[in-house]
Design a protein around this ligand. Structure first.
Ligand code: NDP
Length: 336
């Protein structure tokens, strides 16, 4: 069993040297457990936080520990009732080829949608989009919603749900290939490249009626450009700040916090951070029902970026924080 462990805590952007491959015998299941061969490993921005020991809402991966992550695995040996060899399950087995899991800790997957969607549009990222809009963003017909990292599994789903709810969706992404996909593939009403020198100007032009929902995925320059465009009573689900996950110090320049708080006051903004798991008990069944139907009838489309082999995981993850992924980043773990 080959697994990837955290070799050292990164300073700034992670490097391949922060990861190490280790090999040990394939484990055996005890009563009530299954042995899984991992088919797909999800790579997600939050893993950068787990590599750090800065205080957070989740425990860090210990140095020398297996990197964590959601996985789709095939049952190859079962000592658990209700799970048979050949079944596919969603588990949290991390960056490795094989894993033993308690039957209680896995969820059996239906065969009616591609297996990897359980890690993206029909899994945690899709649910994050759904819950953030359902509980906080609440887009209404005719309103304008803005989201960045918009070709990723959270952002692409946010834009399409907003459209399904009758709002106008403006997507922000890095580079012309991604902005083209926002219009052609995901049906956004406008698409803007955050790397364009006149990005803030373009965003203003794309939002002639201001912004009612800003789904915050990135922070940084995008947030700065959004602030002056917010309408009264705008909602900001604060979901992620990927632009600053590799930061080693505070940004240079004048402190923008006073300006931000002033906007919250004068426009009566609601700003609410959330971690998706807060809403799992309340919303997950409703999410799965609605999202499955949307994926089947084409209301919500999804894009995946599949890399081949567990050995590709460190480099692919490093690229995730810089935008080299184009769609939900998934590792097809493979045999060797
Ligand atoms: P993505 O697949 O969208 O990958 C991250 C993307 O961020 C990159 O592809 C890149 O896209 C973009 N990006 C990186 N740096 C910058 C920057 N400086 N400015 C603008 N965009 C940047 O990831 P996900 O869809 O999985 O996650 C999106 C966000 O949601 C993340 O912040 C993540 O942490 C958060 N999240 C939060 C959860 C919660 O419970 N609160 C749960 C799940 C995710 P591009 O090339 O387009 O710039």
């Amino acid at each position: 069993n080959t697994r990837i462990v955290l070799a050292s805590r990164p300073h700034g952007a992670p490097t391949t040297g922060d990861f190490r491959f280790e090999t040990d015998p394939v484990p055996s299941p005890a009563e009530g457990q299954v042995l899984l061969r991992i088919r797909y490993l999800s790579l997600d921005p939050y893993m950068r936080g787990r590599m750090s020991d800065a205080p957070s809402y989740a425990e860090p991966v210990p140095v020398g520990g297996t990197m964590v992550g959601a996985t789709v695995g095939e049952v190859i040996e079962s000592k658990a009732a209700g799970l048979d060899v050949g079944d596919h399950v969603l588990s949290y087995s991390g960056w490795q080829q094989y894993a033993v899991e308690d039957a209680r800790g896995v969820r059996k997957l239906d065969a009616d949608t591609p297996l990897s969607t359980a890690l993206g549009v029909l899994g945690m990222p899709g649910f994050t989009a759904y819950a953030g809009l359902e509980k906080i963003g609440k887009p209404r017909p005719g309103e304008t919603l803005v989201v960045a990292a918009a070709t990723g599994p959270v952002g692409a789903t946010v834009g399409q749900i907003a459209k399904a709810r009758g709002a106008r969706a403006v997507g922000i992404a890095g580079g012309p290939r991604k902005t083209a996909a926002l219009l052609d593939e995901f049906g956004f009403d406008a698409a803007i490249d955050h790397r364009a020198p006149d990005f803030a100007e373009q965003l203003r032009e794309a939002c002639p009626d201001g912004i009612d929902v800003y789904f915050e995925n990135v922070g940084g320059a995008v947030l700065r450009a959004v602030l002056p465009l917010l309408n009264e009573f705008a909602r900001i689900p604060v979901c992620g700040l990927v632009a600053q996950y590799n930061a080693t110090s505070a940004p240079e320049g004048p402190d923008r916090l006073p300006g931000f708080v002033n906007q919250v006051l004068v426009k009566s903004l609601t700003v609410r951070g959330f971690i998706q798991r807060e809403f799992v008990d309340e919303l997950y069944p409703q999410f799965l029902a609605e999202m499955r139907a949307w994926v089947r009838d084409g209301t919500v489309r999804y894009r995946e970026h599949v890399v081949d082999g567990l050995t590709s995981a460190p480099e692919a993850f490093i690229g995730l924080l810089e935008g080299t992924n184009f769609g939900k980043l998934v590792v097809e773990v493979g045999a060797a």
